[in-house]
Design a protein around this ligand. Structure first.
Ligand code: HEC
Length: 133
């Protein structure tokens, strides 16, 4: 009996991790179906830290502008000053558990930073990088 209780506890403890993995892999398989891949954390990291030219506003912007260079610390919205919870799932297990949320913010933030939507390859790489932080 104790064994059964123990395995249930272990299973429950593992669930948020499973959920997050599944949202990320679910999105990545969609990107793959669109012709992208394979995805690497190195490419995602480079994309995350690069200053991108946003020709629509004539400015250089990057993802760290709001999320900061340290993924494990709080971020701050450059315009509103609102706090943003850490991006690293190791300190914020809610990260990347909801595919809808990920899609919504990719759309908004890519447009804000790059002046266009991110490609399937860029999104797959960024998720590969962020999900292991
Ligand atoms: C202008 C500020 C700002 C910039 C710049 C920005 N973000 Fe965000 N990002 C936010 C806010 C606000 C949220 C939503 C609040 C939250 O999830 O804590 C968010 C959430 C996200 C999420 C959703 C995470 C989840 O838990 O599902 C992803 C993915 C994301 N951003 C990716 C990016 C990428 C990639 C870039 C660079 C191209 C970027 N962000 C640049 C403000 C920004």
């Amino acid at each position: 009996m104790r064994r059964i209780i123990l395995s249930v506890v272990v299973l429950l403890a593992a669930m948020p991790v499973l959920a997050s993995t599944s949202a990320v892999s679910q999105l990545q398989s969609k990107y793959q179906a669109a012709g992208a891949g394979p995805f690497t954390a190195a490419a995602g990291q480079a994309f995350w830290n690069t200053k991108h030219n946003n020709s629509k506003v004539g400015k250089q912007r990057d993802c760290t502008g709001c999320h900061t260079k340290n993924l494990k610390s709080m971020g701050k919205h450059v315009k509103t000053g609102k706090e943003i919870k850490p991006m690293a799932p190791s300190v914020n297990p809610e990260r990347f558990t909801d595919a809808k949320k990920v899609k919504k913010w990719f759309r908004r933030n890519c447009k804000w930073v790059l002046g266009r939507e991110c490609t399937a390859q860029e999104k797959g790489d960024v998720l590969q990088f962020l999900s292991i932080q």
